[in-house]
Design a protein around this ligand. Structure first.
Ligand code: HEC
Length: 177
């Protein structure tokens, strides 16, 4: 009985201390410090588990086609992904280095992600990280193209990316008579 009372008192004291710490403004909400490694690890595991459970959509039949990968490159460059993640031959904006967690290099991340996972992350975003949801900014078709492009990233050269995202050439002028 004594032990139970002690546990109760400690629990209440702990809750009050946590309340005072967080509601009293002592927690540093800035991005300028890194989570202690065990905390960072726990957050990453919770994120990966959540993505794995939610990402159940099946990719369209032409998922790996070159047309889709090229279309994905164009969507990638117009939606602003490049600002945070960079792209082949294009560096991310400097502000991305002030984000915590920092946006991963998708070329390296791609191998660990299934098409459905990329699609889900880009569609819904990742809470409390700065990774936005693009469901309102792009159609499902475009989101699958983005996923196809991200999966292909390790094989995309700087020149490919430049060619695939170049503005369409102006119509040739009729030859002068
Ligand atoms: C404002 C910056 C920002 C923009 C814009 C942005 N992202 Fe992200 N993205 C992030 C951050 C930060 C993370 C890391 C989240 C984390 O650590 O859990 C992330 C994570 C991801 C991941 C998951 C990587 C992994 O290993 O789990 C994918 C895939 C991704 N982004 C794709 C995209 C695509 C495609 C676009 C454009 C449609 C885009 N992002 C636009 C900041 C951004």
């Amino acid at each position: 009985m004594r032990l139970l009372a002690l546990i109760g008192v400690l629990a209440i004291a702990g809750a009050l201390a946590a309340g005072g710490f967080f509601l009293g403004g002592f927690f540093d909400i800035s991005t300028s410090w890194d989570d202690p490694p065990p905390v960072a690890k726990a957050i990453a595991r919770a994120r990966d588990a959540s993505i794995a459970r939610h990402a159940t959509d099946r990719p369209p039949a032409d998922f790996g086609s070159l047309q889709r990968v090229q279309a994905g490159a164009r969507v990638f460059s117009t939606l602003g992904c490049v600002n945070c993640h960079g792209a082949p031959g294009v560096k991310w904006q400097q502000f991305a280095e002030g984000m915590n967690p920092s946006p991963p290099d998708l070329k390296e991340a791609a191998a660990d992600l299934t098409p459905a996972k990329v699609f889900w992350v880009v569609r819904h975003g990742i809470r409390m990280t700065g990774m936005p949801a693009f469901a309102g900014a792009a159609s499902e078709e475009d989101l699958w193209s983005l996923a196809a492009f991200v999966k292909k990233l390790p094989d995309v050269s700087d020149a490919d990316f430049k060619a695939w995202t170049a503005p369409p050439a102006a119509p040739a002028e009729a030859p002068k008579q």
